[in-house]
Design a protein. Structure first.
Length: 235
């Protein structure tokens, strides 16, 4: 029974990693669609959404079955609960990628404007947060998850700077308002991607150490006790 249970955990982890791959790929494609104005990438992002949604339902169902049938304890229970929460965050990352892709498509129908914001840089950082959070999940690495939390501050600062710069551009050149507003929304969506990556990292820390670092930010309260900084993989 115990062997079958851990096989089921393996399958659950594999499904979540497939979903993570879809979500990260969608964000990268959406950023590239903005950068290159390649509308084929927009369509690829939109076509990925049903697969992400289907995987979300499958993962939730499998996780809830394990909770109901196996009644896991300790680290196994924390793992399954973390999977459920990470699953929801990845689905939202997929939704945000669609939002970004649609905004990028709208901007192709507008006149070109040299906007004072580096959307690709912000996108690359947000996508890296998702990737590192998933790497932390794969390895059960709470220290790497902690580093993801630190990156969120940088993403927030870039988003705030983009909002200020684009708001000023609207005042100075009202004709560029549609382009600037779309860029503001794209930056905001990328900031939200960073938030979801942060949530994933927090769930990794919860799984590995049992510590709840939500709402604590990065600092003393979020620091893991030395003896809780890692856990032997359960797979």
């Amino acid at each position: 029974m115990r062997t079958r249970f851990h096989q089921s955990l393996d399958l659950l982890k594999e499904k979540l990693l497939v979903m993570a791959g879809f979500a990260e790929q969608s964000i990268q494609r959406a950023i590239e669609a903005y950068r290159t104005r390649d509308m084929s990438l927009v369509e690829l992002v939109r076509r990925s959404e049903p697969a992400i949604n289907r995987l979300e339902r499958e993962i939730d169902a499998a996780a809830l079955d394990l909770l109901a049938m196996q009644q896991p304890m300790a680290v196994d229970l924390r793992f399954i609960l973390s999977v459920i929460r990470i699953n929801a965050d990845l689905e939202r990352v997929g939704d945000l990628a669609v939002n970004i892709a649609i905004r990028a498509r709208e901007m192709t129908q507008m006149s070109d404007a040299e906007l004072p914001v580096d959307i690709p840089k912000l996108g690359t950082l947000a996508a890296a947060m998702v990737r590192k959070a998933i790497e932390a999940f794969i390895d059960g690495d709470a220290a790497l998850a902690q580093r993801v939390l630190a990156l969120d501050t940088e993403v927030d600062e870039i988003n705030r700077a983009a909002f200020r710069a684009l708001s000023q551009r609207i005042k100075q050149n009202p004709a560029e308002t549609p382009q600037a507003l779309n860029a503001i929304m794209i930056a905001r969506n990328l900031e939200r991607v960073g938030d979801h990556a942060t949530n994933i990292a927090e769930d990794v820390i919860f799984w590995v150490s049992g510590s709840d670092v939500r709402h604590h930010g990065v600092g003393t309260d979020a620091t893991l006790p030395e003896e809780q900084s890692g856990v032997a993989p359960i797979f």
